[in-house]
Design a protein around this ligand. Structure first.
Ligand SMILES: [Zn+2]
Length: 288
């Protein structure tokens, strides 16, 4: 028997009703009912007030959206400035200066615009694309320039000693034999003992006396098909097999061999053929 919240049981011994405690199931049912009631009350109180809530939420998200929009516009402006002043500058520089310097054709206009390899959608995508493209471009240019610098280090380009060119490459009346002969080098008159320098990096091929008239001579193999020869030296300070760099002193001016006065006889040999060394004097003497 139940009476509101209480449950009673008939007691046969005492012939009277006795109150008993709640079972677990009853506790569960009561809790569930309480929840249903609570939820109903909640819905009833929030429901009619919904338009107010909605206005609050909508207003809040609108404010948020506006703030984001302003921020995005500012970022867009900054990216546009960056793209113009920085990316644009380095693009132009690569196009007009570095690419011609390494002998490459300019980058196609369409590549810079991003028409190739997936057209970028928004302005920020485009700036990102251009930034990445330039990064790759400069890595490429750096590799090419490094290779070019390496090649140039081995290219003879200086006058090997400080002096006056007294005789060039070509036919001349020989100062020793007094007849017309081909002169295969450049004669540079300089005081006895003036330093003689390697005109480019290379490996010493020869540093010895020549019985043929060159006297004490040095030959440098530039490892690119070019050999330079320095003759009539008074002294040499290098050994065959040794590597030298451009400008390194290899010996001193003298008058050994077939020579009438202290001077340096300088030859440039292109794949076995003696050519005019003037073609390989590319820098003024004071640039060292
Ligand atoms: Zn000579």
């Amino acid at each position: 028997m139940r009476e509101f919240l209480y449950v009673f049981e008939w007691d046969e011994h005492n012939l009277a009703f006795r109150r008993v405690g709640w079972s677990f199931r009853r506790w569960c049912v009561a809790a569930f009912r309480l929840m249903v009631v609570g939820a109903s009350v909640g819905i009833m109180s929030v429901g009619p007030a919904w338009p107010v809530w909605e206005r609050f939420f909508v207003e809040r998200s609108r404010r948020h959206t506006n703030a984001l929009r302003t921020e995005a516009a500012e970022i867009a402006k900054e990216i546009a400035v960056l793209e113009e002043s920085c990316l644009g500058y380095w693009y132009e520089r690569a196009q007009r200066f570095y690419r011609p310097l390494v002998g490459e054709a300019p980058m196609p206009e369409s590549e810079w615009a991003g028409h190739m390899g997936g057209a970028p959608g928004t302005f920020s995508d485009r700036a990102l694309y251009r930034g990445r493209r330039l990064f790759a471009e400069y890595q490429h240019l750096h590799r090419l320039l490094a290779a070019q610098a390496e090649r140039l280090a081995f290219l003879p380009c200086l006058l090997p000693t400080e002096g006056v060119i007294v005789s060039g490459y070509g036919m001349r009346r020989d100062p020793f034999y007094k007849d017309w002969r081909m002169h295969f080098g450049l004669d540079i008159a300089a005081p006895y003992g003036t330093p003689v320098r390697a005109t480019a990096a290379g490996r010493i091929r020869l540093a010895s006396w020549d019985v043929g008239g060159y006297g004490l001579q040095v030959e440098i193999d530039h490892l690119n098909g070019l050999v330079t020869k320095y003759a009539h030296l008074s002294k040499t300070i290098v050994q065959p097999g040794q590597y030298v760099r451009r400008n390194q002193i290899i010996g001193y001016v003298g008058s050994t061999g077939y020579s009438t006065a202290p001077h340096l006889h300088y030859e440039v040999i292109e794949r076995g053929i003696k050519v005019n060394p003037q073609r390989y004097i590319l820098l003024p003497q004071d640039v060292r």
